[in-house]
Ligand binder design. Structure first.
Ligand SMILES: Cc1ncc(COP(=O)(O)O)c(C=O)c1O
Length: 313
């Protein structure tokens, strides 16, 4: 097996760049493209676990909606993208993978107006080994977080429901957390309401109800899954405004993302929640999430033995 892996040029990951397949280390984009220079790009990330995509159709639908909001129109259809992603994972042979799809704008060709309307959009997709936003050990003892002083950029300026690379605020907040000895940060909207953090949605459990902010955040696919799980487990769940005060006083806090699932928080700033371990409802949701995933919930299995699409050769 090891020999087979070491001879596979795609074992470390496979990429599709504007119609061409390459090993991940060789994937390149022009540095002059506006996807890079101006964050004129949108993206999505779907997970592969036990050889199957999780909620692939939801990720494709959100990616298409994000592209529409950012006026990026690649030539590929959703069915093409599904084939491309499947082909990349198949080539890599990875059973647990982080699978990204990006749509970038190029730069207007010489002679055309220097305006985004004249830049062609193209796709960059890749599959690499699974990434944990927080390690399983951090998740088991609970993540250490702060509420950042840096507010989330206004949604009127950068729409957080279109997944984007405008990470300036998220990165700055993450450094605030690091400087405070914490592992991550949750950002407010600057007006006393909780939004989200660098790569995840936020939840508070208040008097037995799971609460997630109603705006100012990405409509996470894992968040959608949390809402479904609450329904299945008869746990009250509400999407509504969540104040910083209510968040800081919550009985439990957890975060959700593709690259980690449901991730309990055990410290928020100076406060130790519960007994410095994940709270019972967060732990139950996390366990149920992974148990359902192992049963193939919302899964699209990948046939690793099928030959790779000739169109992608
Ligand atoms: C800013 C932000 N919010 C929320 C999320 C969680 O979304 P999902 O559960 O779809 O991965 C992400 C994921 O990368 C993110 O970048």
């Amino acid at each position: 097996m090891d020999t087979e892996h070491s001879t596979n040029p795609f074992a470390a990951g496979a990429a599709y760049v504007d119609g061409r397949i390459t090993p991940i280390a060789k994937a390149k984009i022009p540095v002059t493209d506006w996807g890079y220079r101006r964050s004129d790009v949108t993206y999505d990330v779907v997970g592969v676990y036990h050889g199957a995509f999780f909620r692939l159709d939801d990720h494709l639908a959100r990616f298409r909606a994000s592209m529409g909001k950012m006026r990026l129109e690649p030539g590929e259809s959703d069915a093409d993208i599904a084939r491309i992603l499947t082909g990349l994972v198949r080539r890599s042979g990875l059973r647990e993978a982080y699978v990204a799809m990006d749509c970038l704008r190029g730069r207007p060709a010489p002679g055309l107006p220097y305006h985004p309307a004249y830049g062609r959009a193209y796709l960059v997709c890749y599959a690499v080994p699974w990434v944990w936003l927080f390690t399983p050990e951090q998740q088991a003892r609970g993540v250490h977080a702060i509420v950042a002083k840096t507010p989330r950029i206004a949604p009127e300026s950068v729409d957080p429901t279109a997944k984007n690379f405008h990470w300036g605020d998220l990165t700055r907040a993450n450094f605030e957390a690091h400087d405070a000895g914490a592992e991550t940060a949750i950002l407010t909207d600057g007006n006393g309401l909780i939004t989200e953090g660098p790569g995840f949605n936020a939840f508070a459990i208040i008097d037995g109800t799971v609460v997630s902010p109603h705006q100012g955040a990405l409509e996470g696919i894992t968040r959608k899954t949390v809402i479904e799980l609450c329904g299945l487990l008869d746990i009250p769940c509400e999407v509504r405004p969540l104040t910083v005060e209510a968040f800081e006083d919550a009985d439990e806090i957890f975060l959700s993302t593709t690259a980690g699932g449901i991730m309990p928080v055990s410290r928020l700033g100076g406060r130790i929640l519960g007994n410095d371990r994940p709270g019972p409802i967060s732990a139950r949701l996390r366990e149920t999430f992974w148990a359902r995933r192992a049963e193939g919930w919302h899964a699209t299995p990948i046939d690793y033995d099928a030959s790779v699409e000739p169109a992608l050769a």
